[in-house]
Design a binder for this molecule. Structure first.
Ligand code: MLT
Length: 302
């Protein structure tokens, strides 16, 4: 009998994949394995009994990797399982930054009682006129599962896509549309692109990578999208870049951003992976990984 603890309310579907007896309602303290989504585990005790932690998501920055390594606790994540959900949000982010749908919907609701609203729509059409993404240059920094999907979809929508990833694997390279131009220096993305989206993990080496020096290289009126991790962007530099007009719009999935109240920032409450499909995919993948380890001793990160 294995004890599984779900630190977050991970969709139960995946737990039925265990073939041996297990107790899925085990407390954290008595768990052999833990399933976690976004709960921060850095300050939590790791019991001697704990064999493995599976994160239902891509990033593992909520898990104390060093402590796990010391104690021999195996950590899994679910790369790619929620990539499509995040990709769809990035495409939405580009469209929201290009056409003020949020303002337009608010305007219609605010004027809903106006019997002559139909007449005012001529004014609204002018006030909310936007731009198209077709033909614009998109820079994708990081071509892992999410970045590669974003690059391919943006190319299919007729954007000129530039991809940068110093660690690109051969398999990943094959999955990328041949219209996506591979860039060797990230600086070329900063200099060339109208839209820049970041898809790299949160590491010491990537912390604050979108900083003053990066903004200085960017085109005036660039759109920056961050559906990856908050710490990748130097928030003070972003506030300055928004104030000066260097950045026309900042779309971020992290509500703790310093620029949260600025008009040209669109902030979402970390919704990138929040679709039914992504949550199911992550739960199933995480449980398969745990099961394969606990039941067969296999370590495979899908
Ligand atoms: C991820 O790392 O894949 C996301 O943060 C997942 C989530 O929103 O839970």
């Amino acid at each position: 009998m294995y004890n599984i603890n779900c630190l977050n309310n991970i969709a139960g579907i995946g737990l039925d994949l265990f073939t041996t007896d297990y107790n899925k309602d085990a407390s954290y303290e008595e768990a052999d394995a833990v399933l976690v989504r976004s709960a921060k585990m850095h300050d939590m005790e790791l019991s001697d009994r704990l064999l493995a932690i599976a994160r239902a998501g891509a990033g593992v920055n909520n898990i104390p990797l060093d402590k796990c390594a010391e104690k021999g606790i195996v950590v899994f994540n679910t790369p790619g399982a929620n990539a499509n959900a995040v990709k769809e949000q990035v495409i939405l982010a580009m469209l929201l930054a290009s056409r003020d749908y949020i303002g337009a919907v608010d305007w219609v609701k605010a004027n809903a009682d106006d019997a002559d609203i139909a007449k005012s729509t001529e004014k609204a059409k002018k006030a909310f006129a936007g731009t198209e993404i077709l033909g614009k240059k998109l820079g994708v920094i990081g071509l892992g599962a999410i970045g590669a999907m974003v690059a391919n979809s943006a190319a299919a929508l007729g954007m000129q896509v530039y991809g940068y990833d110093p660690y690109l694997s051969v398999n990943a390279a094959w999955s990328i549309n041949r219209d996506v131009k591979h860039i060797v220096n990230v600086e070329d993305i900063y200099r060339e692109c109208d839209y820049i989206t970041i898809h790299v993990p949160a590491l010491d080496s990537t912390k604050g990578m979108i900083n003053k020096a990066a903004f200085n290289m960017m085109k005036d009126g660039v759109v920056v999208i961050n559906c990856a991790r908050d710490i990748l962007v130097d928030e003070n530099a972003m506030v300055d870049a928004l104030a000066s007009g260097k950045v026309k719009k900042y779309v971020t999935d992290f509500p703790n951003t310093l620029s949260v109240k600025l008009e040209n920032t669109i902030v979402l409450p970390h919704l990138g992976a929040s679709t039914k499909e992504a949550e199911d995919n992550c739960a199933v993948m995480a449980v398969k990984e745990l099961r394969d380890y606990i039941e067969n001793g296999n370590i495979r990160n899908s």
